[in-house]
Design a protein around this ligand. Sequence first.
Ligand SMILES: NC(=O)c1ccc[n+]([C@@H]2O[C@H](COP(=O)([O-])OP(=O)(O)OC[C@H]3O[C@@H](n4cnc5c(N)ncnc54)[C@H](OP(=O)(O)O)[C@@H]3O)[C@@H](O)[C@H]2O)c1
Length: 315
Amino acid sequence: MPHTQPPSAVSDSQHSPADAIDRLAVLGAGTMAESLLTALLAPPDAVSDSGADSVVDSVVDPVVDSGADGGHIAPGDVIVTAKHEATLEKRAERFGVATSLDNVEAAADARVILLCVKPQVAPSVLESLRGTLSADQIVISIVAGLTTQRMEALLGDGVSVVRAMPNTPSRIGVGMTAVCGGRWAKPEHLELARAMFARLGRCLVLDEKHFDAVTGLSASGPAFLYVVIEALAEGGVKVGLPRAVATELAAQTCLGAAQMVLETGHHPALLKDEVTTPAGCTVDGLLTLEEGGLRVTLIKAIVEASRRAHELVDG
Ligand SMILES: NC(=O)c1ccc[n+]([C@@H]2O[C@H](COP(=O)([O-])OP(=O)(O)OC[C@H]3O[C@@H](n4cnc5c(N)ncnc54)[C@H](OP(=O)(O)O)[C@@H]3O)[C@@H](O)[C@H]2O)c1
């Protein structure tokens, strides 16, 4: 099958975890793969802080270079697969990576295999790799609902697997990812995955029992918050603001509130109380939110998304 620019063969034995991803095969080239590649192929300083300039740079102009500065992944060390040749042409043009329609061929030379296909497709892709992987290769899956136990059953005994659950803001270096290791994943394999996703924002090592919850909260969460931002902006328009201004006010306010929670470490309720002066305007707004059931609606959204995450792989 078509195979352009084979990835370079680079010795990996002396590398630190972040440097060790010297040959990466990305199986599946959709929305998430594109987000992750955008950030992984950007220079480290473009994704390590979340300033607006670096955000724009990493989206608009993914860097194509040698990978010699601090261990970021070079396009020449990446191969991407998809179902359709047209998808691969787009990814090759955008990122300068090698491409193949053959998952087994793509995975053969890779140190890290990043599984980015839909949950319904993942079992057959993993099964096709059964018996083809060696002990020094690592399979990292971002597939919702796919457990490490199921991955190991499909791939066969002894294969090192890591389960990761990132989100789309990883594209601009403000992602949230959780990772956990399978039965044969060594601590250095988990650290390699953690370091890779930490380049794309925050990354927590969590027990696998939490992964459906993580999927419902931080992986689906950006969609819920876009609705919140859209609705806040709509409120601004209703009280007379131009739409672009209202959207900027709403988005930056959400960013600021989120950053306050993360940087102060204070409980959100305490920070809310700081804004809420007696008999002021905020308390009236809060009363309206309670009447509308915002709190319970958001709780139910996370519960439902987590429940659905559990069902995904088996349809
Ligand atoms: N979307 C999110 O926010 C999010 C967050 C966290 C995790 N995830 C997980 O990320 C995974 C990918 O989601 P997505 O939104 O990126 O999906 P997507 O946009 O539909 O992309 C799926 C990709 O898989 C490719 N594909 C299909 N069959 C294949 C095969 N047999 N071999 C290799 N590639 C194949 C498709 O190729 P073609 O383009 O050629 O059809 C497409 O590029 C899912 O498992 C999801 O659970 C998603």
